[in-house]
Design a binder for this molecule. Structure first.
Ligand code: ASP
Length: 348
């Protein structure tokens, strides 16, 4: 009798486990995916007007594959993304993943700064569980809105066992990109997200997830960074170079208390001669200067046309300027030792 009871209990437990769905939290921050306009063919619209509940309701199929919970972190166009939202988002993700409440996270986000948020999270989330950023290029009311399928795909990526340990990823237009590599390359096209230095790491076709590559730089659980005790991030500015440039922006950045400057230089990270000297002065005054390039792909090589040792500059490896800014901010929360910071650029 006892044995039969045990067997029945085990069967019930087995059946329950077999149908137990993963729990995915959708953390909404705003963006075009949550945008709306006056008509389906109207190119003017406002980002961050639709709430997380409505985003979820638009894709009922995600409830079949996961237990979905939604939270509104912010509702802004990502052109207004800021440190406060980043810290709130990262702390919430860490709490949800490490308490076991969530098996994976999907963050809905505007596309303008999605790559920066993705890389920030990639460096400060302390978990191997999937974290997926998703957005849309067409607002929720437009003809052929891309948000619903992107969200469906993002949830599928978040529940995939293959996503464990991949770091933070961006899912857009049927592609999976690693946070460190991905960048927005087109102002309006749905195929805007590319990884110029390495290519996408996977695809997701109507929920069918396939990976082809692993990101190898340190991220999430293996990253050197965490937000314990971090209440604010230091100021780091990007200075964009151009022909017939002048050093004014460098001087203003230093005067206004920048702790770091990323120089988006010409070609292989070359600033205009007067900007170069101003950056050298900034570096002498204790501002950490990282040479980067405005080109958009390729490495900015140490001691190329510039004597980095003489000026005390660091280089970004092949991170774009907006991501170099994120890494430099986090590095400065830990140290001002330039050798250590350079090491972070070569390993993260
Ligand atoms: N400006 C919008 C945003 O980044 C664009 C988008 O989401 O596609 O929030």
């Amino acid at each position: 009798m006892r044995l039969i009871f045990k067997a029945v209990l085990l069967m019930i437990l087995g059946a329950t486990l077999a149908v137990a769905k993963p729990t995915i939290y959708i953390l909404a921050t705003g963006g075009t995916i949550a945008g709306s306009g006056s008509g389906s063919l109207d190119s003017s619209y406002t980002s961050g007007t639709v709430t997380v509940d409505k985003l979820i309701a638009a894709v009922p199929d995600i409830n079949k594959i996961a237990t979905i919970k939604g939270e509104q972190i912010s509702n802004i166009g990502s052109q207004d993304m800021n440190n406060e939202v980043w810290l709130k988002l990262a702390n919430r993700i860490n709490e949800l993943l490490n308490s076991g409440k969530a098996d994976g996270i999907v963050v809905t986000h505007g596309t303008d700064t999605m790559e920066e948020t993705a890389y920030f999270l990639n460096l400060v989330v302390k978990s191997d569980k999937p974290v997926v950023l998703v957005g849309a290029m067409r607002n929720s009311g437009s003809l052929s809105a891309d948000g619903p399928l992107n969200l469906f795909n993002a949830v599928n990526v978040a529940i995939s066992k293959d996503s464990v340990g991949k770091g933070v990823v961006v899912v857009m237009n049927d592609e999976i990109h690693a946070a460190r590599e991905v960048t927005k390359t087109n102002t309006t096209g749905v195929d805007t997200f590319k990884s110029p230095n390495s290519g996408k790491i996977g695809t997701v076709f109507y929920g069918n997830v396939k990976y082809y590559m692993n990101p190898i730089r340190k991220h999430t659980a293996s990253s050197a960074f965490d937000l314990t005790g971090v209440k604010e991030l230091p100021r780091v500015d990007i200075i964009y170079s151009h022909a017939n440039d002048n050093p004014d922006f460098v001087n203003v950045a230093v005067k206004n208390g920048a702790k770091g400057i990323v120089s988006a230089g010409l070609g292989n990270g070359n600033p205009y001669f007067s900007v170069l000297e101003a950056l050298g002065e900034a570096s002498k005054a204790g501002v950490v200067v990282v040479r980067d390039s405005r080109v958009g792909s390729g490495e900015t090589t140490m001691n190329g046309e510039i004597d980095d040792a003489k000026y005390g500059f660091l280089t970004c490896d092949n991170l774009n300027a907006q991501k170099a800014r994120v890494l430099l901010m986090l590095a400065l929360t830990k140290t001002s030792d330039k050798a250590k910071i350079q090491e972070f650029f070569l390993t993260h």
